[in-house]
Design a protein around this ligand. Sequence first.
Ligand code: AHM
Ligand code: MG
Length: 340
Amino acid sequence: MGKTITLSEFIIKRQSEFANATGELSRLLNDIAVAAKVISRDVRRAGLIDNILGAQGSTNVQGEEQQKLDVIADEQFIKMLRNGGEVCGIASEENDDFVAFEDEVSRNGKYVVLFDPLDGSSNIDVNVSIGTIFSIFRRKSPVGSLVTIEDMLQKGTEQVVAGYVLYGSSTMLVYTTGNGVNGFTLDPSIGEFCLSHPDMKMPEKSRLYAMNEGNIAVCHPGIKAYAEYCQSFENDYGTPYSGRYIGSLVADFHRNLIKGGIYIYPVTTTSPKGKLRLLYECNPLALIAEQAGGLATDGKNRILDIQPTELHQRVGYFTGSKNQVEKVMELIREAEIKTV
Ligand code: AHM
Ligand code: MG
């Protein structure tokens, strides 16, 4: 077995990839890794200690019930980023508005971080994989001033780092700086993320598809056609695909990144804007998908090209292996031609 490369070592080695690197982004990534370790520890002990499982008794701005661990993870992330000094403000799924860090050091920070502290909340109490998703942008507003909404509403193509942490059978941190995708597994015995999945590539196609098929009756006819295609003997494999839906975006995405597959959460007639949020769920995973050779679209357009207009904007989402995303888009186009 080769030499163990810790995430901190890897970040330092790669620092030169950033133009005019001063180490700030490296420190920020390290802060995120520490927050991830703390959240991982809490997730691993859920069920053993009081006041960690179950509903918080509040709803977020999107009207969703918050779980205690959602709130704990959100506070942990904010605390780490506020104290780090590289970040001037954040936005998260759990906060109605973005948060500007007002102290002088933070006001001089060059970066904003958008994140979903704990995605897949409905899986927390049943011991199924959950994850953290994050996206880092360079601020648009002048250094020294208070962060603004324009700093938050940047296109996905402007991301300087995108990543996720999966609290699965092991804890993994996967990220990209736009130069490929690398995955690190937390070694609990030394408390370090270690490089375990260098230069990750998503297979171009597979026999796996992930969607909540309970919604099929309210889906676009092109998506119904894609589900039927996957289930038929007349597809490109000549045998039905396997349905794999965890209902935890990070876990479903991670499986597809390794084994190939498609994840679909479309707009429906009952949720015409979709469910997933563009800024802190779809964009970061879209950059990772593309960097690994996959695709991410809203069914018609590239996710990373969408100009956000709202912090908690929702979008239909199709991400995964290139051939599969192209196929469902083709069936959506065909269904629309038929209905004209
Ligand atoms: P959350 O941010 O409230 O956890 O919602 C996002 C989650 C995704 O992780 C998951 O893929 C999807 O919602 C599941 O939704 P559904 O239960 O409607 O299938
Ligand atoms: Mg979420």
